[in-house]
Design a protein around this ligand. Structure first.
Ligand SMILES: [Zn+2]
Length: 240
């Protein structure tokens, strides 16, 4: 697959896998491309950002569209662009549908508190698309041409509903905000700090020692970094 990631400001992670670090909050969106499908992991902080990502992806893939979306967790900078991808099948941890319905106003307010313009936050909340597929343990998606993505539940930890994506042929694990490189891991009111170290054990089990781990914010890291972050979180929250 010869894709010109850099031309669109994306970072190539492996053949047919790339990611972009979005402006302002530095949230990662990743794209995993197979012969028949393309999965987007997270969608940005607004419809405008989602639409920009959609345009870039279609140009990058010569007109092909995103067919699958996986949402790492229900924080505004990872989910509010979702409605720009009408037609894609959306996957999320079971329970996310609650945050995107009953919890939507809280999500919208948090986006505004963090600096999303009020009109953009409201527009995204108005037409939010709820997940079509709710994952309770693991779910494997075949994108064609030998490319599979395993979506696995890893929370609650950073949030109530944390989901990661393992790409076995590329030995890449998309971690969402369970791992952060550009700053300390953020534990807000919906975090479950006591279980966070165990979530990182699960990630290390999935990826193993040789994988590359793609944080929700920051540069790609290795297993050693994840282990160190696990120990730091355990110390910070007083758990083993
Ligand atoms: Zn988050």
């Amino acid at each position: 697959m010869n894709l010109s990631w850099e031309e669109f400001g994306w970072e190539e992670l492996a053949d047919g896998v790339g990611r972009r670090r979005l402006p302002v909050w530095d949230a990662t969106v990743a794209l995993v491309v197979g012969s028949s499908g393309a999965l987007l992991f997270d969608t940005g902080s607004s419809l405008r950002e989602g639409a920009e990502i959609r345009t870039q992806v279609q140009a990058l893939l010569g007109g092909r569209r995103v067919t699958h979306i996986a949402l790492s967790h229900a924080h505004f900078d990872h989910v509010l662009g979702t409605a720009a991808f009408a037609g894609a099948q959306i996957y999320a941890a079971a329970g996310m549908e609650q945050v995107l319905s009953a919890g939507l106003e809280e999500l919208r307010l948090d986006a505004v508190r963090q600096g999303v313009p009020e009109n953009e936050a409201s527009a995204a909340a108005d037409i939010v698309i709820r997940p079509h597929h709710l994952i309770t343990h693991e779910w494997s998606i075949d994108l064609g041409g030998g490319r599979e993505v395993l979506l696995a539940l890893a929370g609650p930890a950073h949030s109530t509903y944390d989901l990661v994506a393992w790409i076995p042929d590329a030995e890449l694990l998309l971690c969402g905000d369970l791992v952060e490189e550009s700053g300390d891991p953020q534990a807000g009111p919906d975090a479950t700090p006591g279980l966070w170290p165990h979530a990182l054990d699960r990630l290390l089990e999935l990826g193993g020692p040789e994988a590359r781990y793609v944080p929700g914010h920051g540069s790609v890291v290795d297993a050693k970094f994840v282990r160190t972050q696990r120990e730091a979180l355990a110390a910070r929250f007083g758990v083993s």
